[in-house]
Design a protein around this ligand. Structure first.
Ligand SMILES: NC(=O)c1ccc[n+]([C@@H]2O[C@H](COP(=O)([O-])OP(=O)(O)OC[C@H]3O[C@@H](n4cnc5c(N)ncnc54)[C@H](OP(=O)(O)O)[C@@H]3O)[C@@H](O)[C@H]2O)c1
Length: 239
């Protein structure tokens, strides 16, 4: 799919992988609606990219706020070609010590937020398929933690395994409506994720720009070509 004049919504656009995906989509000719809570960072991206980046300050846990963003996209752009469900966070610790709030915030953001965005995007894409024969593309950012469980990341594992199951089901549910669903499973990426989680990053993480380049490859594939799952790992994780 060519990205010229396409319209994308990227959640978690204010930093890390979401910012890099947004900037690469803009570079390829798309208009990006960037959803996150940090208004100042979103504004800085608009200052850098002009009308190609539209700040959408919102919390993915807030259904009404998310739906208002979709209404804005419908009235401004009249279409939505790509949804990148990227917003997420990690809170780590032993199951018997981790606060229940840490479980909740990860499920509400990584899984429920992704579901809210997806359920709002699907009717728009179904209608586009009726008009043009191609509905759009939903890209879900899971994690290698969606494939492999490890000690002290149980809640994060549970959300990302959930993203995997949801993505597989969704892919089969909407592909005949011309909507592609892709799920990514990256290993560690050099972003603010680890600082925010309060843990050390691995020695040799993936670079956000390289993971974003994979997203670009996935969304730019020919329309009849569905790359449903991609696993990404650094070559030498210990450096
Ligand atoms: N870094 C890694 O090693 C790694 C590996 C595999 C997968 N991932 C996944 O990659 C995705 C992006 O993470 P990252 O590494 O780029 O980390 P990051 O730099 O911390 O970025 C996280 C993004 O999510 C947004 N976000 C968090 N909570 C939100 C909420 N309630 N509502 C709206 N936006 C929210 C943040 O924006 P605001 O704070 O401005 O709201 C920020 O833009 C996440 O889903 C993460 O699980 C990361």
């Amino acid at each position: 799919m060519t990205l010229t004049d396409r319209v994308a919504l990227v959640t978690g656009a204010s930093s890390g992988l979401g910012q890099e995906i947004s900037e690469q989509l803009i570079e390829a000719g798309a208009t990006v609606y960037g959803l996150a809570r940090s208004e100042d960072r979103l504004q800085a991206l608009q200052d850098a990219h002009g009308d190609a980046f539209v700040p959408c300050p919102a919390d993915v846990r807030d259904q009404e706020a998310v739906e208002a963003v979709f209404e804005q996209i419908k009235s401004d752009a009249g279409r939505l070609d790509i949804l990148v469900n990227n917003a997420g966070l990690g809170r780590f610790g032993p199951v018997d010590e981790m606060p229940v709030d840490d479980w909740d915030v990860q499920h509400d953001t990584n899984l429920r937020g992704l579901y809210i965005c997806t359920r709002t995007a699907v009717p728009i894409m179904r209608a586009q398929n009726e008009e043009t024969g191609f509905g759009g593309h939903i890209v879900n950012v899971a994690s290698i933690a969606g494939l492999i469980g490890n000690p002290n990341i149980s809640a994060y594992n549970a959300t990302k395994f959930g993203v995997r199951g949801f993505s597989q089901a969704l892919m089969k549910e909407v592909r005949d409506a011309g909507i592609r669903v892709s799920c990514l499973y990256p290993g560690s990426i050099e972003t603010e994720f680890f600082d925010r989680a309060g843990v050390d990053m691995t020695d040799n993480p993936l670079r956000a720009k390289d993971v974003a380049a994979t997203v670009m490859h996935v969304v730019q594939a020919p329309e009849n070509h569905l790359i449903s799952e991609v696993v990404l790992r650094p070559l030498r994780p210990r450096g």
